[in-house]
Design a protein around this ligand. Structure first.
Ligand code: CS2
Ligand code: MN
Length: 362
């Protein structure tokens, strides 16, 4: 397991590279050029700037999250060709600086959705929260207005350029069914995966968050069956998944550890996060500890360990604790605690394996 940590870039994150450097066992940053609109080719100059900053701290830049997919590709419009070409050029450039994994998602219009970015937990910390009843009642535009009221830092997935044309986008998706979305995804993969393979970069789709349709928009990367279908669209090791335990884990029918066991060789990147699910369909993000949420993080790490997982992992989101002012879900403290929990499980499993081998050899 190669531990990495998401960093939003100089001036765009409350967490600094020298802080990241001090978290035990973190070898690299998970990064992106957040100011480049979806669909545009990434400029080499800016890519090199990130490499220079990371190099200075001895951190690698092998994982990119995300190179966002332009809506025209998801909608299957003829203009997608330009954006697919740009995507390929970006892949080639990223290969030149040593990138090994590109995370992306194929969710129409929105990336992740929550109703509250700072819901208080019983210990006084706050975390991202999803209230089912509110989502069922609220208009998407109103939700966007509520969530972006205080935009000191742009939230990934909620970039202004994405949200500018919201009502037009909803109109455009009116006639797009789940099957259409599958077809458009297949078309995209058939063009992108050969380029990724030539450049030795694993593409890793992020599951839909939450893993069910919201506001009538289709969502397809939601469960075991659909991930299996996805992997067969282009059956190539360069077509993989960012297995996000928090996204998938919001649905109690999803057993994430079982998915790790089944898809292990197609997971280049693990997102590890816990959520607590309530009976009414609400959920809140919690600390990584298994007993704090509904997702069995111990079993998930065990599943990775059993499979000799050598891919990248990051603590996905964290709570906001100890008064930290940070980007929602992306503070330093709770994610660093999460890393120590993950290493604790991993190291104990390693030790047990070594001792078992030793006993077997005697
Ligand atoms: C989120 C997403 O769960 C997560 O990791 O923070 O914004 C995620 O980065 C994207 O969906 C990946 O494309
Ligand atoms: Mn995730």
């Amino acid at each position: 397991m190669r531990m990495v940590f998401r960093w939003f870039g100089h001036g765009n994150d409350t967490v600094t590279l020298d802080q990241i450097k001090q978290i035990p066992g973190v070898e690299g940053i998970v990064w992106a050029l957040h100011d480049i609109p979806a669909g545009e080719e990434w400029p080499m100059e800016q890519i090199l700037e990130t490499r220079k900053m990371a190099d200075h701290y001895g951190l690698n830049i092998e994982v990119v999250e995300s190179v966002n997919v332009h809506e025209d590709i998801k909608l299957g419009l003829s203009t997608r060709e330009i954006y697919i070409e740009n995507y390929k050029r970006t892949i080639e450039k990223l290969a030149q600086v040593g990138v090994k994994v590109i995370c992306y998602n194929f969710m129409p219009v929105f990336d992740w959705i929550r109703t509250d970015l700072c819901k208080e937990l019983e210990d006084g910390s706050t975390a991202l929260f999803y209230e089912k009843e509110k989502i069922d009642k609220i208009e998407p535009l109103e939700l966007v207005r509520n969530l972006t009221k205080n935009p000191e830092l742009t939230m990934p997935g909620w970039e202004p350029d994405r949200l500018k044309h919201l009502s037009n986008l909803f109109e455009a998706y009116k006639d797009v069914s789940e099957e259409d979305l599958w077809n458009n995804l297949k078309y995209f993969l058939e063009q992108i995966i050969p380029v990724a393979e030539e450049n030795d970069i694993k593409m890793a789709i992020h599951p839909d968050d939450p893993p069910w349709p919201v506001f009538g928009l289709p969502r397809i990367i939601t469960n075991r069956e659909n991930i299996s279908r996805f992997l067969k669209l282009v059956d190539n090791p360069y077509n993989g998944v960012t297995l996000c335990s928090g996204s998938l884990g919001a649905n109690p029918d999803n057993n994430v550890a079982e998915m790790v066991r089944e898809f292990a060789d197609r997971i280049p990147f693990a997102h590890i996060r816990n959520v607590r699910i309530y009976e009414n369909g609400d959920f809140i993000e919690t600390s990584h500890r298994t007993s704090d949420g509904s997702v069995d993080i111990v079993d998930i790490v065990k599943a990775y360990h059993e499979n000799g997982f050598s891919g990248y992992a990051r603590p996905d989101h964290g709570r906001h604790i100890w008064g930290e002012k940070c980007r929602p879900g992306y503070g330093l403290y709770d994610r660093a605690l999460g890393i120590m929990y993950l290493w604790g499980i991993w190291d104990a499993l390693e030790r047990a394996k070594r001792e078992a081998n030793h006993a077997g050899n005697e």
